[in-house]
Design a protein around this ligand. Structure first.
Ligand SMILES: *Cc1c(COP(=O)(O)O)cnc(C)c1O
Length: 386
């Protein structure tokens, strides 16, 4: 079914076709060609990090992180229950047991006040997700992690160019991962990146990304042939995809500005309605500069959420919910280290609604969405305490 106002519409920045044509003409369609290098350089310079490696997806970057940290059956990895499957699956693939953390009711980020209680002698890593591109409380999380000698990985799929106390998200953990999937702020259809903040992990990251070979040492002239040296897989995207992505990254300021405008306009036009209807709009803590990845609202109850989705659908506007709790999922139950206690996740996942959000959402389209929301009716529904 197609909607008058879809939830997401992939938007071009302008130079995509030109760069892809150039990449084809370059005769280097495989990975690590000229456009991959341009993306690496741009991201390393902009984020001020030692190394960025493009990957075929954020999922694959997370799998690389699990390999790099040697997560195995003896280890526990703490992940939020309120996240996309890949945050957890990448570590379960290595046999690690998952410990599901609950989220804060205000930012929907991992609740740092309940983190330390989840750490055991087996804890190998804490994976944080900067939900909606709003940073987690990194000072507390990093302090807890270092007190227990546990590594921190940031799943920064929503948060490229967001900041926490002036520093970019994705630069705090030893590793972080980015997504360039069609639904994210910057895209090449399917793609991702591993950000290597701990330079000691770099050499092995290169091996893992090159199918477990020391091919990059061979290219640097350090060995006279390359061979199988470790576990790995095929995590390099084609340079054609990097060409697409470079066009988007180059336009990062324009793209982020468009998204900022859409986000602010939603906030301003819905604030009064939200206030008088017991609806919560996103909280951006003062120390956070968000990435404007999405606009969500927390409705008073599951029934309100369901009813609003149908009312918008009746006007051909697609709004969606987000994340069913991982700790209650079939695989989550199977791969958990023990029983989970995530009441906030369970509660917010029933009430959360995301509105159409994309770079080229016009003011006119946006007005139609906000009018449909503010004119919605919930007469027969009683409110749950929230
Ligand atoms: C989108 C997303 C992913 C997966 O990204 P892919 O690039 O599609 O693999 C992982 N984690 C979070 C939080 C995401 O939103």
């Amino acid at each position: 079914m197609s909607y008058r106002i879809p939830f997401n519409r992939p938007c071009l920045a302008g130079n995509e076709y030109r760069y892809i044509a150039e990449a084809i003409a370059n005769g280097h369609a495989s990975g690590d060609g000229p456009f991959t290098r341009k993306c690496h350089e741009l991201l390393e310079r902009e984020l001020g990090v030692p190394r960025v490696l493009l990957t075929t997806s954020c999922t694959h970057a997370l799998e690389m992180a699990a390999l790099l940290l040697d997560c195995g059956p003896e280890d526990e990895v703490i992940v939020p229950s309120f996240t996309f499957v890949s945050t957890a699956n990448a570590f379960a693939l290595r046999g690690a047991r998952l410990v599901f953390a609950d989220v804060r009711p205000d930012t929907l980020n991992l609740d740092e006040s309940r983190l330390e209680a989840l750490i055991t002698l087996r804890t190998k890593a804490i994976v944080v997700v900067h939900y909606a591109g709003v940073s987690c409380e990194m000072d507390s999380i990093l302090a807890i992690a270092s007190r227990h000698g546990v590594r921190v990985v940031e799943d920064n799929a929503h948060g490229l160019f967001a900041r926490y106390r002036g520093e970019y998200t994705g630069t705090f953990g030893c590793l972080s991962t980015q997504s360039f999937h069609e639904t994210k702020n910057f895209t090449c259809g399917e793609g991702g990146a591993l950000v290597v903040n701990d330079a000691e992990l770099l050499e092995r990251a290169l091996v893992i990304r090159e199918k477990g070979t020391n091919r990059s040492r061979f290219f640097r002239g350090e060995v006279d042939r390359y061979t199988w040296v470790d576990l790995g897989s095929s995590y390099l995207p084609s340079d054609l995809l990097a060409a697409f992505l470079y066009a988007q990254l180059e336009a990062r300021e324009t793209i982020q500005e468009k998204r900022r405008r859409v986000w602010n306009r939603y906030y301003e036009s819905l604030a009064d309605w939200a206030e008088s209807n017991d609806v919560k709009l996103p909280l951006i803590p003062p120390e956070c500069e968000q990435a404007n990845h999405m606009f969500y609202m927390l409705l008073p109850s599951f029934e309100h959420r369901d009813s609003l989705i149908s009312q918008l659908k009746a006007q051909s506007i697609l709004s969606v919910f987000h994340y069913t709790p991982l700790h209650l999922s079939e695989a989550g139950l199977k791969f958990a280290a023990g029983p989970s206690n995530c009441p906030v996740t369970e509660e917010v996942s029933e009430r959360l609604l995301r509105l159409p959000f994309y770079n080229d959402l016009s003011e006119n389209e946006q007005d139609q969405v906000t009018a449909a929301v503010t004119n919605s009716r919930f007469r027969s529904l009683s409110r749950q305490a929230s």
